[in-house]
Write a protein that binds this ligand. Structure first.
Ligand code: DP6
Length: 338
């Protein structure tokens, strides 16, 4: 009872922040994103009587490893709960060994959870013989979502995707906007020197409504994901740039004004915001967007990607960059990790 899945992280253009329901992880709007070709997790899950307890090991591209413990945090607890949910569905008691390998450095502050959670859920269900849930992308995305992350649910489909807004568990699922060959967008992630310890997104979602700006965010979002979807379909870079930068800043304004305040952006992030504005004035097509961390995602087209990579690496705050193109979503593969 062994299966392996690969799945990418993604970068959101219109972001998910705050929830309608903390248990079912129901977002407050549709959110959309692009899969990232060089931020991929490959995960093997085996259920066997050889194991006396569930173990989850993460291996980074630099071969650093980490054993996850249920007590590590909400997201890890939810992953262990997913293994339990699979056992309950299939009515067996076998424990699982899970190994997840990332193709980018672990602990670099790059969102590995979307890749890791989606790959683990797909491999886990497949290993248990629940492949009908894996083949049905909408259903897989629901399972991924309730396993810990709305953003991870977007990684299930190929290319440019969205998780749609809905009132119930069944109504919130992934759908494709366009496949990975649709548009030659590139996301250069500049990994900056780490500063303060990261506040978890789980906590951030829970306190989002303590910000007086959160209500305004929900109102402003009305119609925005649809405009971003249209910009992606029409390959309208300038519109996507405007919508996406506004959305990222809007989300960070909510984060910074919640109680307690959450500061993900650093001095290095601010330096990049200034630089992106300068680069645009030089005629380069580029925009920035930040998730729950200081690392700028520099979205550009293949024409300007190499110059942006070079410029990003020249900035003193940058440790290294990761070059990403749109790519396929979650897939079952035949090469097991063990
Ligand atoms: C800021 O709880 O879905 O990245 O913490 O990455 O697992 P992870 O994700 P989740 O919150 C993501 C929040 C975000 C915006 C986004 O990707 O939509």
């Amino acid at each position: 009872m062994k299966a392996t899945a690969s799945s990418p992280a993604n970068i959101a253009f219109i972001k998910y922040w705050g929830r309608k329901d903390d248990k079912l992880l129901l977002p407050l709007s549709t959110t959309n994103s692009m899969n990232l070709s060089n931020c991929i997790a490959t995960t093997t899950v085996e259920f066997s009587e050889n194991y006396s307890e569930d173990t989850i090991t993460i291996v980074g591209s630099n071969d650093s490893t980490k054993e996850l413990k249920k007590s590590d945090g909400d997201k890890t607890e939810m992953l262990f709960n997913t293994l339990e949910r699979i056992r309950t569905l299939k009515k067996f008691k076998l424990k699982a060994k899970v190994v997840s390998k990332l193709n980018f450095p672990f602990q670099a502050g790059v969102a590995s959870s979307a890749a890791g959670i989606s790959a683990l859920v797909a491999a886990g269900f497949e290993a248990a013989g629940l492949s009908e849930k894996v083949k049905d992308k909408k259903e897989l995305s629901r399972e991924v979502r309730i396993s810990g992350s709305v953003s991870a649910a977007r990684s299930v489909e190929d290319g440019f995707t969205e998780v749609v807004y809905g009132e119930t568990h069944n109504d919130v699922y992934v759908q494709q906007i366009a496949d990975e060959k649709h548009w030659d967008l590139v996301d250069i992630v500049a990994v900056l020197n780490p500063e303060a310890k990261k506040m978890t997104t789980t906590f951030g979602h829970e306190v989002a409504f303590t910000s007086p700006f959160m209500k305004a965010r929900v109102e402003y979002l009305n119609g925005i994901p649809e405009q971003a979807r249209q910009a992606i379909l029409e390959k309208d870079f300038d519109t996507l740039a405007t919508l996406s930068e506004i959305d990222s800043i809007n989300m960070h304004a909510v984060m910074m004004t919640s109680n307690p305040a959450i500061f993900y952006l650093s001095a290095g992030s601010m330096e990049f915001i200034k630089k992106v504005q300068e680069w645009r004035e030089e005629g380069i097509k580029v925009f920035f967007t930040f998730d729950a961390g200081p690392n700028p995602h520099l979205i550009t087209t293949s024409e300007f990607a190499h110059i942006i990579k070079k410029k990003a690496e020249e900035i003193s705050y940058t440790q290294f960059t990761i070059y990403n193109e749109p790519c396929k979503g979650t897939q079952i593969i035949q090469d097991h990790l063990f």
